[in-house]
Design a protein around this ligand. Structure first.
Ligand SMILES: Cc1cc2nc3c(=O)[nH]c(=O)nc-3n(C[C@H](O)[C@H](O)[C@H](O)COP(=O)(O)O)c2cc1C
Length: 184
């Protein structure tokens, strides 16, 4: 028997822990946590945002980075979602180190091992839809195996909106474009 929930309580899982890095007009770095979003084309990410210091920054610089929250960066990742850069320098408060991306006018937060560098392709304050063209990606050597990002080493986290918790991504359980082939 199924239990019905009101639409607002519906669960879309998994949701990511995307850490959006931006600079303001004075080059002060900021970071925010966003769960709503994902890959929308090759080399493209789409995020769904309210109005934040982050979106003000993107309106000025036309660029942002997206790092992936991990088990090792969980605490700072959550902090980036519960404080606004309008009031506090969150990067300093979190004890993070940044350098400017070589490709876009946005900060790379060095504590995160995997970061996308994005040019703003579209930002619509009415719908809150932010589309980024991924122009490059930086991955720390420590999370690579045979030159590929190894999720087991990255240890990404996902956001569980039903329980307001973060969960670690688990084991490999199958082969994509593979395990279904037997039924084709
Ligand atoms: C787990 C989590 C997920 C969040 N997801 C989103 C999101 O998808 N979109 C959004 O606009 N805000 C989201 N937020 C809220 C922003 O991160 C928060 O308002 C933050 O303070 C904005 O930072 P800023 O003002 O420095 O830009 C989320 C917060 C948390 C803790």
């Amino acid at each position: 028997m199924s239990v019905e929930f009101e639409a607002k309580k519906s669960v879309i899982t998994p949701e990511g822990v995307f850490i959006i890095g931006t600079y303001d007009e004075n080059g002060v770095p900021n970071a925010m946590n966003a769960a709503w979003g994902g890959q929308s084309d090759y080399s493209e990410i789409t995020l769904f945002l309210g109005k934040h210091k982050t979106t003000e920054n993107i309106e000025k610089t036309g660029a942002f980075t997206v790092a992936f929250g991990t088990v090792d960066t969980l605490r700072i990742s959550d902090y980036f979602g519960v404080e606004t850069g309008s009031k506090v320098n969150k990067i300093e408060r979190a004890g993070c180190h940044v350098h400017k991306s070589a490709h876009v006018n946005a900060p790379i937060i060095e504590e995160y091992p995997l970061t996308l560098e994005c040019k703003c392709r579209k930002w619509d304050p009415e719908t809150g839809i932010l589309v980024g063209e991924i122009v490059s990606m930086q991955a720390d050597e420590s999370i690579l195996t045979d030159g590929k990002v190894d999720q087991g080493k990255l240890k990404p986290i996902i956001f569980d909106a039903a329980n307001l918790t973060y969960r670690a991504v688990g084991d490999v359980v199958g082969k994509a474009f593979g395990d279904g082939m037997a039924l084709k």
